[in-house]
Design a protein around this ligand. Structure first.
Ligand code: GLU
Length: 287
């Protein structure tokens, strides 16, 4: 498990990203990073260890409003290193993204991209995905179309937030198998893997479903689409009880909820580390 965050709004973008990463730190962290867009080149910060290590770097900047994405990593592919820490970017630096999950067929995609002349700075499946989006973006007319093509080719589980550097006012999101919640606050759109990261800003939320994409634009303009690109009408839900209640769902007690969650939690924690076809276990950080 890990956490992704994306923000498009008028609040100080770094504080929204860092607060959200801190709120999601319990999901696992071996490293964390953020990328902020607008006004020239993207600003990328990555740090090993806890989110506080990242905050120390980011707080040296003087960010204002804007667009940003962030991630706390729980490594599945590639060791714990700065190069493998998200956000990742394509070789041509046209695409930045954060990813929660695994891409099962990343080896095939990597070989294809290498034949196309792409080289990689790290070992993650995520970096390969960033390059596949960039590859399609050269031929497609929008990031959404490039992502649609990418998701037809990439197999696996993902929660993704992607930004095209040439169009830094927009974040495109996709979900398949990893949680993503969108919050609509009065100051902007905030999207995260965990509702706890959103509730401090807004109680108007939408749980994205598998097979959905979202486009987050300025001025709270957003759109939910299916993977074919058709717009979907998805009303927001207003959460007026406390976070504990949101998290408890339909269960009477947290303990009961946790008991029922065990299979999913074990599966998610082991995801990308067990090859069910060969029966092998591979721990990326230890090799
Ligand atoms: N597979 C990606 C990686 O190893 C993402 C892992 C995660 O969900 O934190 O970097």
């Amino acid at each position: 498990m890990c956490g992704i965050i994306a923000y498009n709004g008028t609040k100080k973008v770094d504080s929204v990203l860092l607060n959200a990463l801190k709120a999601m730190e319990y999901r696992g962290y071996d490293s964390a990073g953020v990328a902020v867009f607008g006004g020239g080149n993207p600003v990328l910060h990555r740090a090993l260890g806890e989110v506080n290590n990242l905050s120390e770097q980011v707080l040296q900047e003087s960010f204002t409003s804007g667009v940003g994405i962030g991630h706390t990593r729980w490594a599945t592919h590639g060791g714990v290193s700065l190069d493998n820490t998200h956000p990742h970017y394509s070789q041509d630096e046209s695409v930045y993204l954060v990813h929660n999950g695994i891409i099962e067929n990343f080896t095939e995609i990597k070989s294809f991209l290498e034949k196309e002349g792409v080289s990689f700075y790290g070992q993650t499946d995520t970096e390969i995905l960033a390059n596949l989006v960039a590859y399609h973006l050269k031929k497609e007319d929008s990031l959404v179309s490039a992502l649609k093509k990418t998701l037809k080719e990439a197999r696996g589980a993902y929660g993704l937030a992607v930004v095209e550097v040439a169009n830094p006012n927009e974040i495109v999101v996709a979900k398949n198998g990893s949680p993503i919640i969108l919050g609509v606050a009065d100051h902007g759109l905030i999207l995260a893997s965990d509702v706890n990261a959103i509730i401090p800003y807004t109680r108007d939320i939408l749980y994205m479903q598998d097979g959905e994409m979202a486009i987050l634009r300025e001025n709270n303009d957003y759109q939910i689409l299916n993977f074919q690109g058709d717009a979907k009408d998805r009303p927001l839900e207003h959460v007026d009880h406390d976070i504990g209640m949101v998290e408890k769902g339909d269960f009477e007690y947290f303990m009961l909820k946790e008991i029922y969650e065990q299979p999913a939690v074990i599966y998610n924690t082991a995801r990308g580390r067990i090859n069910y076809d060969t029966g092998e276990v591979k721990l990326g950080g230890l090799e």
